[in-house]
Design a protein around this ligand. Structure first.
Ligand code: UDP
Length: 239
């Protein structure tokens, strides 16, 4: 098998990517497929941290639009990511990948708290670390949490796995059939064009820290494996 291009990566999986063709929640056929790919990545010797989203269950902004107080709604959203993290952990362990969940909120009877040095030690031992509950702070998304965790663990790249979005385009491809996908784009240009394949806070943070982001469609065959091998899939955002 082709070698991995990176030694340590942070993979962000949006909640919607776990839903597959369902309307809500988790499709275990999808998580099982992801687990098999992740096993290949670990077998290549890659150290893998994962931030998982929660949008398949709960989004703070949507609950706030329906009248809920925003901060509480965001805390509920962070807890939704924990449900996904536990499901993903279970599926990974079923295929023999040792996994730890670390949470940014206090839920010690369920998983470890986020402790950066301990997370790095797990990675060094070949364990996948799933970072749950986002950043622990309301008003941001798990894209931002993924950027922060990527810096903290010293990841070489942030792999942004999206559901039904296979990169960054010069216009909305759903509205404009002539929209062109970028193979490479600068942070500046992506921010200026308001190309929202990833949130602007995460993009700005990665620009400051000069961390490349690869935006790709998780549904494409073996996409995580290809991403880790450095194949040209999706759009890479860098300086
Ligand atoms: N969230 C938050 N702080 C964080 C990360 C997430 O408040 O650091 C909340 C927010 O309400 C968000 C929800 O958790 O809508 C689920 O995360 P997100 O929308 O990023 O999930 P994804 O779209 O990636 O599935």
């Amino acid at each position: 098998m082709k070698k991995a291009r990176y030694k340590r990566v942070l993979l962000k999986i949006s909640g919607a990517a776990l839903t597959g063709d369902k309307q809500y929640g988790i499709d275990f056929a999808v998580t099982s497929g992801l687990a098999h790919q992740i096993k290949k990545v670990i077998d290549m010797g890659v150290e893998l941290g994962i931030v998982v989203g929660g949008g398949n269950i709960w989004r703070g902004s949507t609950a706030a639009e329906m009248g809920m107080e925003r901060t509480t709604a965001d805390y509920a959203g962070m807890l939704a990511t924990l449900l996904n993290a536990l499901a993903l952990q279970d599926t990974l362990e079923q295929v023999g990948v040792p996994t730890r969940v670390q949470s940014a909120l206090h839920v010690e009877s369920v998983c470890e708290p986020f402790i950066r040095r301990r997370a790095i030690r797990h990675l060094e031992k070949g364990r996948v670390v799933i970072f749950a509950c986002g950043s622990g702070n309301p008003y941001v998304t798990t894209d931002t949490a993924a950027a922060l965790r990527a810096f903290e663990i010293g990841a070489e790249v942030l792999l942004m796995a999206k559901h039904g979005i296979d990169g960054i385009y010069d216009a909305d491809p759903k509205k404009n059939p002539k929209a062109k996908r970028f193979n490479i784009i600068s942070y500046d240009k992506a921010l200026k064009l308001h190309l929202r394949a990833t949130d602007a806070t995460a993009m700005s943070l990665c620009m400051e820290q000069n961390l490349p982001i690869l935006v790709f469609d998780i549904a494409a065959p073996q996409s995580i494996v290809h991403a880790v091998q450095g194949d040209i899939i999706g759009t890479i955002v860098k300086s």
